[in-house]
Design a protein around this ligand. Structure first.
Ligand code: ARG
Length: 565
């Protein structure tokens, strides 16, 4: 029920459109003034009347529909009080009709490409990858829920001279048994060793280039070695994706575009966009206040940007996207500005639909920023395991008899990590703390999961197994606490829309925290299971609707909601 719309339909002001009235309807800051208000000073100019006189006049002329109980004119405001019984009934009936698992919206025919996680082969999956993975994975679910066709793309970093070096290091010092046992860590060490040795023996660099050339030329044996490294990396990372509930529709990485860049380069050249700079080929972007975009190195090798240009074109041709999102750290801001600008210069009108969705940095509480180069990497799998261990300890203390303890600890521990990545605005740098993330009464996933489990236990106590309204006395839901909860429940879809529009899963996180707090206020002040069947039934229905919203909201944030904790 859109009450703003309803109010804009019943209020008529000469010379002011329904849309203007709709836009002006607000929520009064003070609860005693009702649920909605119309600030009349906004129309003073048009009507050449003081606000109080306008409000007085409107109060006399407005015809109230059954949904609205009363209207008052107070200090230039027209204040509306809803018929709360009706509001509670409509709100909860609508919420209950959605059931326990919300269906996605009907397909809207629009496709959104999402490039996220996009890991580099033979590099460890560290906590720095958490944000792109969690934000991208959540947006993937959000767009899917809203009826878009979401295409998840892991744009693997699987091309570059470093892989020639890695093969060279492997040929010299590689130990298959060790690589099989320690995976990416062993590969990483080989790579580090290569650099150390190359300092002493510069000929190694030449060897690295030699092997990369072999990969480029498709030499069977070398490619096979490299493919094995790739498989190894993906095998490790897939385990983490599984724990996080992350999915991809495509793993087309940088190497996938090897044979797709020439047309782009030719077109740039034909359109006179390619200029020479110190032997390299670039697109000059000086007119847009940006440094030139590098397309070809002196030796003719392609670059990161060349691959992204080909990738953007490929995504456009393959998926016909409505939006193409790149969930990548803000450090790559310039890169994406350049790539999108070059596309624009090539005459791609869809360049405007390519969006960089940037985010800040992650660091550990009390620790330095996490970088691969300095070697002080904190692996995401270790962070997840630590969180799960800690969660298990907490659960043991709180609920020693819990049946599926391992499963719950996994959901709580992993959920805590993911939520900490999704609870603040993307662009903020994030300082991660286990204790804060795992707190059961902070702004955390465990708090939401706990509230969900509390709902489950209340429902169980009340013997309610479904989410149907039956034998409900709606009038018991007219107190402020209940009305607040019902108002929030019905905001779910609007919040998800806003999250999609701004590419901010944290809108959903904050909303769920509000809802949980609101429900907990209700729960402290009202007995749910009482002697009166119709009262109990009303409050149980409200509880089951809250439970459904928390569960489905958490799902959009990649977080599981156990029934017991
Ligand atoms: N692999 C890159 C990195 O780790 C991120 C790739 C992002 N996606 C893209 N299309 N450029 O920095």
């Amino acid at each position: 029920m859109d009450y703003k719309k309803l109010i804009s339909e019943i209020v008529n002001i000469d010379g002011v459109s329904g849309e203007e009235i709709y836009a002006a309807v607000a929520v009064p800051p003070k609860r005693e003034n009702g649920e909605y208000c119309l600030p009349c000073f906004k129309f003073s100019k048009a009507l050449k009347m003081p606000p109080a006189a306008i409000a007085d006049k409107l109060k006399e002329t407005v015809k109230l529909p059954p949904e609205i109980a009363s209207v008052e004119s107070v200090a230039g405001y027209l204040n509306f009080k809803l018929d709360r019984v009706r509001f509670a009934e409509c709100g909860l009936r609508a919420a209950a009709a959605r059931g326990a698992d919300f269906a996605s919206k009907p397909a809207n025919g629009k496709t959104v490409c999402l490039d996220y996680s996009s890991i580099n082969i033979a590099k460890p999956f560290h906590i720095g990858h958490l944000l792109t993975t969690a934000i991208g994975g959540s947006l993937y679910r959000i767009f899917g829920y809203l009826g878009y066709t979401a295409v998840g793309i892991n744009h693997l970093g699987d091309w570059g001279t470093q892989f020639g070096k890695l093969v060279s290091a492997y040929k010299r010092w590689g130990d298959d048994a060790d690589i099989n046992a320690r995976g990416v860590t062993a590969l990483m060490e080989l790579y580090v060793k290569f650099h150390a040795e190359a300092e002493k023996d510069p000929a190694l660099e030449e060897e690295g280039r030699y092997y990369f050339k072999k990969i480029e030329d498709g030499d069977k044996e070398t490619v096979a070695v490299f493919e094995r490294f790739k498989e190894l990396t993906l095998k490790e990372v897939r385990k983490i994706y599984e724990r996080l509930g992350i999915e991809f529709d495509s793993y087309a990485g940088e190497s996938f575009y090897n044979d797709k860049m020439q047309p782009v380069i030719d077109e740039l050249s034909d359109k006179g966009l390619l200029t020479e700079s110190e032997g390299a080929k670039v697109v000059d972007l000086g007119d847009c206040g940006m440094p030139p975009c590098l397309i070809l190195k002196k030796d003719g090798a392609t670059l990161y940007a060349t691959r992204d240009l080909a990738a953007a074109q490929y995504r456009h041709d393959t998926y016909g996207f409505y939006k193409s999102l790149y969930v990548v750290a803000y450090q790559q801001d310039l890169h994406f500005k350049q790539v999108f600008k070059v596309l624009e210069k090539m005459g791609r009108e869809w360049a405007k639909d390519c969006v960089h969705v940037p985010f800040g940095m992650v660091s550990l509480e009390g620790g330095a920023a996490l970088s691969t180069r300095k070697g002080n990497v904190v692996l995401l799998k270790d962070v997840l395991s630590t969180a799960v261990e800690k969660a298990e300890k907490i659960i043991c203390e709180k609920n020693p008899d819990l049946k599926d303890r391992n499963e719950v600890a996994e959901a709580v521990g992993v959920g805590a990590i993911v939520f900490s990545a999704l609870s603040a605005s993307r662009i903020k740098d994030m300082v991660f703390s286990y204790d804060k993330a795992l707190s059961f009464d902070g702004e955390t996933a465990p708090y939401l999961q706990y509230t969900h489990a509390r709902c489950a236990s209340i429902l169980q106590k009340g013997g309610k197994t479904d989410i149907e309204p039956d034998n409900v006395d709606w009038s018991v839901l007219c107190d402020d606490e209940s009305i607040d909860v019902i108002t929030l429940i019905n905001r779910f879809d609007a919040v998800v829309e806003e999250a999609a529009e701004k590419y901010e899963p944290c809108f959903i996180s904050r909303y769920l925290l509000d809802l949980a707090q609101s429900f907990n206020r209700f729960y402290i002040n009202r007995r749910v299971v009482t002697d009166d069947a119709a009262t109990t039934s009303a409050r149980l229905l409200l509880t089951s609707c809250v439970k459904a919203v928390i569960k489905n909201g958490l799902k959009l944030l990649l977080i599981k909601a156990p029934e017991r904790m």
